[in-house]
Design a protein around this ligand. Structure first.
Ligand SMILES: [Zn+2]
Ligand SMILES: [Zn+2]
Length: 265
């Protein structure tokens, strides 16, 4: 089976541990055919956290790796744009670089901390998750990216870390609005496998959402480990492919020059 990991962070992300070169070597050792380096670029803290420097550094290092490893693996230049709706002018200027792929993500609500750092003791977690889905719909309505990443991200903390048991089924209508919009816009749905190695023990999104996407006519799925270190490259990707099959898919996608290319599974 052809393996592609389309969501990986290097040490050009604040929370990444390994260099682009180390990630590429790990991917080759693990038998991957495609690796997309998709470092963080949080638009809401673009200058404060120096993403304005980091995203260029990442791009240049990936382009070097493309030429070094070009006979062994397709290395793709990507970026994970966080909270793009906070400043779409900045987001659009960043994505003027000729990327292979642009991920769109939402790690926090406007003006709030990352869901990782919220205080949940007094929080209305259902409202929090609904608010997230509403903001995600705004992000998708902007639509300046290729892949919607880790849909249901707050559940990593709400269910995984805090022990609540929110069911995606109970938010089906709101999730459906997001999925219909990405289908209309030709944006892919990522099956993010990082949750399989975290406490939530589930992909993000879960099978219910992937099946819903399929039933609504969605055709473009990608797989991403969301690895922040070399050893996690490709982690959970085979399980993610199995989940895609279970949901009725017989192919998944890689992106080159921001165009999807389908791989049979
Ligand atoms: Zn993310
Ligand atoms: Zn990520």
């Amino acid at each position: 089976m052809i393996l592609a990991d389309f969501h990986v962070h290097s040490d050009n992300s604040p929370d990444g541990e390994n260099s682009v070169i180390e990630l590429c070597e790990s991917a080759i050792n693990k038998g991957l055919s495609y690796l997309a380096i998709t470092d963080h670029c949080e638009i809401d803290t673009f200058y404060k956290d120096r993403y304005n420097i980091g995203f260029r550094q990442s791009y240049i290092e990936v382009k070097k790796a493309v030429s070094v490893f070009n006979r062994q693996i397709f290395v793709c230049a990507g970026i994970e744009l966080g909270q793009a709706t906070v400043n779409t002018d900045v987001a659009e200027s960043v994505t003027r670089l000729p990327y292979d792929v642009v991920l769109g993500s939402m790690h926090c609500l406007p003006g709030k901390e990352d869901f990782a750092f919220l205080q949940y003791e007094t929080a209305d977690v259902k409202k929090l998750f609904s608010d997230y889905l509403y903001e995600l719909l705004r992000l998708v309505n902007w639509g300046g990216f290729d892949i919607l990443t880790h849909l249901t991200y707050p559940l990593r903390y709400i269910n995984g870390e805090q022990g609540y048991n929110l069911k995606t089924e109970d938010f089906g209508d709101e999730i459906e609005l997001v999925l219909k919009e990405i289908i209309k816009r030709g944006i892919a749905l990522e099956i993010n496998t990082s949750g399989l190695r975290q406490k939530i023990k589930s992909t993000m999104p879960d099978l219910f959402c992937v099946e819903l996407y399929k039933s609504l006519g969605g055709e473009i799925i990608t797989l991403g480990s969301d690895s922040h270190k070399a050893e996690d490259i490709c982690a959970g990707i085979p399980q993610g492919i199995e989940l895609a099959k279970l949901a009725g898919f017989n192919k998944y996608c890689v992106y080159r020059s921001r165009k999807p290319e389908f791989i049979a599974i």
